[in-house]
Design a protein around this ligand. Structure first.
Ligand code: ZN
Ligand code: ZN
Length: 168
């Protein structure tokens, strides 16, 4: 904890360039961090803004490249992994298991389970929050005395716009 905190604050605010973050997302980020009793450092916020600016889920290495490109300096991969862990932990970002990539949450105002529709053509990811599906899966597990720890529902295929352009 001590070390990463020092590192974040060592980097002066002015040296961190990040995509512009809409007030709505900044407020949500601040609220999630406050609820988790965590500090939203400029470096963490920069990683979050970069994920939001990207129109599709990105891997940790893609995120490092994007941030290095924008900030014109080398960034230690471990630092970015820590930011991703943090953002995932407070619920601002979801990790897609099947593609090892990260997606900013559509509605981070409350904790939730999500399911995802992943387009294998354009890379678009659609986050859905289906309570009925969640309760069916929990029921199935429960009937077998199984205690779920991590439920992953990721459907790969073609999004609506790729599906229509394919059939043209
Ligand atoms: Zn979400
Ligand atoms: Zn698509």
């Amino acid at each position: 904890m001590g070390k990463s905190a020092t590192k974040d604050s060592d980097v002066a605010r002015s040296t961190i360039t990040a995509p512009k973050l809409a007030a709505k997302w900044r407020k949500l980020a601040e609220a999630r961090c406050a609820a988790a009793n965590e500090r939203l450092t400029p470096a963490r916020l920069a990683a979050y803004a970069e994920l939001l600016a990207s129109k599709r889920p990105v891997s940790a290495y893609e995120l490092i490249a994007l941030m290095e490109d924008r900030q014109q300096r080398k960034i230690a991969p471990l630092t970015v992994y820590r930011h991703l862990d943090f953002l995932t932990r407070v619920g601002l970002v979801h990790r897609l298991e099947s593609t090892h990539s990260y997606l900013p949450c559509d509605h981070p105002e409350h904790a939730h389970e999500s399911q995802y529709l992943l387009c294998s053509s354009c890379g678009h990811a659609d986050e859905v929050e289906s309570k009925p599906l969640e309760s069916i899966l929990n029921k199935i597990a429960d009937q077998r005395g199984f205690q779920p720890e991590n439920t992953v529902v990721e459907i790969k295929g073609l999004c609506a716009s790729c599906a229509t352009s394919d059939s043209d």
